[in-house]
Design a protein around this ligand. Structure first.
Ligand SMILES: C[S@@+](CC[C@H](N)C(=O)[O-])C[C@H]1O[C@@H](n2cnc3c(N)ncnc32)[C@H](O)[C@@H]1O
Length: 259
């Protein structure tokens, strides 16, 4: 997908953060010069335009906006804090406070932030292959300011890496993480999933490879966990040894215990 990045109409400054974003992402910069986004799109023949806004980068694509916001993570963690409910991801992974958690499909980062909250003395790394998604989420996380220290700290602990997990996993040592987690784009999407809708336009929707799961089993000290639609044949294809779900949840977690 062809993408360019620009400033807002009211502020043409290239701030140091924006320059760093452009350098890291290698997304071409175009001067705004008060143009509308549709004009920029037509002039540069691109499908999407990223605007550097004070709160972080926002990508405009096909009438939708894609930007980082921790709303889903906040709702999930709040439910655990207020009602003493355990999050299904945390249950499936049996996460412990010092765990090292590798999220191989970062997306909007909700799962990584939840894992980070429950592993405050461990580490969380999120790998994302889409250039736009990884850099927007990385900078969105970096610039996000919450008045809730527990949320702010959980976001700050997530380290974002732009790479395909098929390659990233190959380069890791054996047993270097406690949990390796995958949440690929579902083979049969849940069409009303609001949280994922803007992501669909830009995400890598390739199926999870058997080789990635094999590599993950080598890297994970305790578990490889795969999220999919409840009843998906992916759990069998990817050799999960058990599947964990609940009656009122449309998704389930395939689990491979590695030790
Ligand atoms: C369903 S989303 C993940 C949502 C995420 N768990 C969350 O809580 O926001 C799947 C993400 O994985 C990314 N992805 C798919 N295949 C990948 C790969 N081979 N390497 C890295 N990221 C990949 C997609 O681009 C997409 O952003």
């Amino acid at each position: 997908m062809e993408i360019v990045a620009t400033t807002t109409q009211s502020n043409d400054d290239l701030t140091p953060d924006f320059k760093l974003f452009l350098e890291e992402s290698q997304i071409p910069y175009v001067p705004r010069q008060k143009s509308s986004l549709s004009r920029i799109q037509a002039e540069y023949q691109v499908q999407a335009v990223i605007v550097w806004e004070p709160s972080g980068p926002v990508m405009y694509i096909n009438d939708t906006k894609f930007f980082f916001h921790p709303s889903m993570a906040k709702v999930r963690i709040s439910a655990c804090r207020k009602n003493n409910l355990m999050d299904p991801l945390v249950q499936a992974c049996e996460l412990k406070p010092k765990d090292h958690f590798l999220d191989c499909t970062l997306g909007l980062g909700a799962d990584a932030i939840v894992a980070s909250y429950f592993s405050p003395r461990g580490k969380v790394v999120g790998v994302e292959s889409s250039i736009a998604v990884s850099h927007i989420v990385k900078w969105g996380m970096q610039l996000y300011k919450s008045n809730m220290p527990w949320l702010q700290e959980a976001i700050e602990r997530v380290r974002v890496i732009n790479q395909d997990h098929n390659q990233y996993l190959k380069d890791l040592d054996d047993n270097s993480y406690d949990i390796v987690y995958f949440d690929p784009m579902f083979r049969n999407p849940l069409l009303n999933s609001q949280a994922i809708s803007p992501l669909r336009e830009v995400a890598n929707s390739a199926p999870l490879s058997e080789d990635a799961v094999l590599q993950a089993c080598r890297v994970a000290r305790r578990k490889v966990v795969i999220k999919e639609r409840k009843g998906s044949s992916e759990f069998q294809r990817l050799n999960c040894t058990s599947v964990r779900g609940s009656t009122n949840n449309k998704v389930a977690y395939g689990i491979i215990n590695t030790h």
